[in-house]
Design a protein around this ligand. Structure first.
Ligand SMILES: *Cc1c(COP(=O)(O)O)cnc(C)c1O
Length: 354
């Protein structure tokens, strides 16, 4: 079974743990003491190391900086009341990472590096996993092309890195979102389903324009007709449409682990779920007739963020008061209880770090 990678460990002499204010954590500002680094060259993964967190030196010709062969993942680890540390569904992120890698003509990362390396890294930095309410350890695996040569071709060498850092409880302020009918995030046949760096760069300008109009985020629509809703920022969209939980399903949408988990929980509660195209018209009509009783964004960073208002063609459509939403509130509590080990884990989603 697989290549036995020897993961060398060099521990820090200069821990930052004492300096961390666990009661005042912002997203992505504090990084844990160690990182995992693996180098790919000549068709194979060579060195895999866990080393003190620190700068990486790069050639100015590093191909990722020019042609964008760069992908990432976002995962969270949680601390149980008994101090055990659990990573939420890293197997799903591992699968998705290698789908992204394939589409970007990058090498797959073996499970022995991604999953076993991740567990070893989290074990070493387990004191960075916060035990304050709603907080967690955010985990960022990523890979980029390192060949130092100009010229557009698949890089011969790559670096895979995992960094982590404690993040605080996310205040889920209900979102005001605007349906974007001019700019496009992803087209059929493109890279919308992959967590590829360029997908985020291209979103910044249209998102800023929407924010200038007073919205928090965009709802992207399909590239061809701008008729079907896709996703919002770095989260998937989910609607309660009549008695069915619906999420847009095309391959231009990132296949989120959070929404998938929410759909599985809904199914286990006997709620019907559908992954299918949802037109802007169906959504707007549904809000007006009351068919759409709940709408939210789902993603690892914030779990579930209710959508309170949707802007479309100059009009703003208001949804129900988030506090009154039965399904959203029930599922977010259930998911949190499961991830913090407060209830049974009937799905086998918690990966305990021994
Ligand atoms: C990461 C991401 C999501 C959410 O995926 P999760 O696996 O639930 O975190 C949704 N859309 C985009 C564009 C993303 O980058």
């Amino acid at each position: 079974m697989g290549h036995p990678y020897n993961i060398e460990v060099e521990l820090t002499q200069n821990s930052q743990l004492e300096k961390v204010d666990f009661n005042n954590l912002k997203f992505g500002q504090i990084l844990s003491d160690h990182m995992l680094v693996a180098d790919y060259d000549d068709g194979e993964w060579k060195e895999v190391k866990i080393v003190p967190y620190g700068n990486i030196s790069l050639s100015p010709a590093t191909s990722a900086l020019h042609y964008g062969q760069a992908i990432f993942e976002g995962i969270k680890a949680y601390k149980f009341e008994d101090d055990r540390v659990s990573i939420f569904r890293p197997d799903k992120n591992f699968e998705r990472f290698n789908k992204s890698a394939l589409r970007l003509e990058m090498p797959a990362v073996p499970k022995e590096i991604f999953i076993d390396g991740l567990k070893k890294l989290i074990d070493i930095d387990r004191n960075f996993v916060p035990n304050t309410a709603g907080a967690s350890l955010y985990i960022r695996p990523y890979m980029f092309a390192t060949e130092a040569a100009l010229g557009v071709h698949p890089s011969k060498s790559y670096k895979f890195v995992i960094i982590t850092g404690p993040v605080g409880a996310y205040y889920n302020k209900p979102l005001r979102v605007k349906v974007e009918t001019f700019y496009t995030r992803a087209a059929a046949g493109g890279v919308g389903f992959s967590k590829n760096a360029g997908n985020y760069a291209l979103a910044l300008y249209p998102t800023k324009l929407a924010q200038d109009e007073g919205f928090d985020q965009l709802i992207w629509t399909d590239a061809k007709e701008h008729k079907y809703v896709e996703e919002a920022g770095t989260a998937n969209l989910v609607f309660m449409l009549g008695d069915t939980l619906v999420t847009p399903g095309s391959d231009t949408v990132l296949q989120g682990v959070t929404r998938h988990s929410i759909m599985d929980i809904a199914n286990s509660w006997g709620i019907k779920t559908e992954t299918r195209d949802v037109s802007v018209k169906e959504l707007i009509d549904g809000i007006e007739t009351g068919q759409v009783s709940e709408a939210f964004a789902a993603g690892t960073a914030a779990t579930l963020t209710p959508i309170s208002e949707i802007g479309f063609e100059g009009k703003v459509y208001k949804l129900s008061d988030p506090e009154t939403r039965t399904f959203s509130n029930r599922v977010v509590n259930y998911l949190n209880d499961l991830r913090y080990g407060k209830i049974e884990d009937p799905f086998g989603w918690n990966f305990i770090v021994e």
